[in-house]
Structure formats: C-alpha cells, structure tokens
Design a protein around this ligand. Structure first.
Ligand SMILES: O=C(O)COP(=O)(O)O
Ligand SMILES: [Mg+2]
Length: 237
C-alpha cells in the first residue's frame, strides 16, 4: 500500500460481484460506463473475480476490455484474450477438501449446492447455506483456504488467492502492483486490496474488505466503484 498523495495510478483491478454489481448481481450501468472511459483512455482494467474463466471472458467482451482476467479467486488467470490460460491453483486438493465438507454436512442432512463445477479449473465453489468459519474448521489441516465472497464459499488451494495472481498478471503486463487501484467488497478481495497501490472497498461490502482498504466509498456497490474511479482518475471525468 502507498500512502503518498502523489499517487498516479496506471491501471485498475476490480472485483465483480458486489463491486460493479448490486447484491443481486445486477450490473451497475454507471460502472460499465466508467470502465469503458478508463479503457478508452488507455488505462488497463483487470477483472478479478471468484467467477469462472468462461463467464469473465464474456463479461470482458461486453464491457469492452482486453480480456485480462483473474478467475476462481486467483486459481486461474490470463493476460488478454489471446494470452495463455495459467492455472496456479490445484483443483485436486480442493476436491478432496470438498468431499470431507460434503460428508460432514450430509450427516447433518444439509446438502451443498455446487456452483458451475463443470467450468472450474482450480477451485470448488458452493452456496452459502453453511457457515464459512465452520467449513474452515473442518478442513483446517488440509492445504486449502476457505474464501467467502458474500456470494459463494470457495475452497482454494493455498497460495492461489486474487493477490497472488495479481502479482503475476501485473508482471506480465509490465506493471507493478503498486501502479494499480484495486476495488473490492469482500473477504476474497483482501489480499488484492492490500497489495495494490491503493485499495478501495465499496460501501455495503464486508468489514474485512473495509479494514484492508486505503479508502471506503460512501456510496454502495457499483455506485461506490464509480465514486472511487472518479477519485483516483479525476482528469478523465
Ligand atoms: O464468485 C463469487 O463468489 C463472487 O465473485 P466476486 O469475486 O466477483 O465477488
Ligand atoms: Mg465481490
């Protein structure tokens, strides 16, 4: 994190759900417009989410970015559409951990709903009908981390968070993480918010994101994202 007031960011990295969407995952149209303004002014926009590569590729096409994405919370990343798909995460350890979690809850009569398992290369994501802290406890001896995006619980292999992939992506782009403003709303954004030159947490998100950020917007979700973009790129608006 940088604290100097002479901070001139060269790029942004942003979370999706809860940051450029509202709580029901409807995209904020002013956020779309702000992303387009940035990109059209040669400010790279990296999309970093717990979502899958195929859904984020489609989102990038619609937004009009160059396709640079961090997916599955850092389990997968790619620089530009034509870049190689890189998979620092290990799905096998996540599947093993999930099977333990699934059995634990099955004994209590609770079924876990997987999210798009057929499209995931690296992590396991499921519905938040159980407590993420309890899930963490169940697999505490395994080489996995449990992330809570506020929209899903994710099982990741250790060292495959958004923050790690952020470092790799920035390097491939010829930038430093300190050149970026990062935007997020949740626990799964914490390492990314801390690594960036400036971290912005949008209002309405969880406390951990707010604590990790340099600045918290006064407006919620996508409106907070736009507020942050205008704050750090005033000359473009
Ligand atoms: O996939 C999720 O759990 C939510 O994704 P996010 O990282 O864009 O908030
Ligand atoms: Mg989010």
């Amino acid at each position: 994190m940088q604290n100097n007031s002479n901070f001139f960011p060269k790029a942004i990295i942003t979370d999706v759900d809860g940051t450029i969407t509202d709580k029901s995952r409807r995209i904020n149209l002013d956020a779309v417009s702000a992303i387009r303004t940035l990109f059209d002014n040669n400010i790279p926009v990296v999309i970093a989410s717990g979502n899958t590569l195929c859904s984020l590729t489609f989102l990038c096409k619609m937004l009009g970015t160059d396709g640079t994405v961090i997916c599955e919370n850092g389990g997968v990343y790619r620089v530009k559409y034509e870049g190689e798909i890189r998979i620092p995460g290990s799905k096998q350890v996540c599947i093993e951990a999930f099977s333990r979690v699934e059995n634990y809850y099955a004994e209590k009569g609770i079924e876990l709903e997987l999210y798009s398992p057929e499209y995931r290369f690296a992590d396991v994501a499921f519905a938040r009908n159980v407590n993420p802290d309890e899930v963490r406890e169940i697999v505490s001896d395994l080489p996995v981390v449990i992330l809570d995006s506020g929209f899903a619980v994710h099982i990741q292999s250790a060292n495959s968070g958004k923050g790690n992939a952020f470092g790799y992506v920035a390097y491939e782009m010829g930038l430093n993480v300190s050149d970026f403003v990062a935007f997020g709303d949740s626990h799964n954004d914490v390492d990314m918010l801390k690594r960036a030159g400036k971290g912005v947490a949008v209002a309405g998100g969880d406390k951990m994101a707010g604590d990790a950020a340099d600045w918290v917007s006064s407006k919620k979700y996508g409106d907070g994202f736009v507020e942050g973009v205008k704050r750090y790129f005033p000359s473009l608006f």
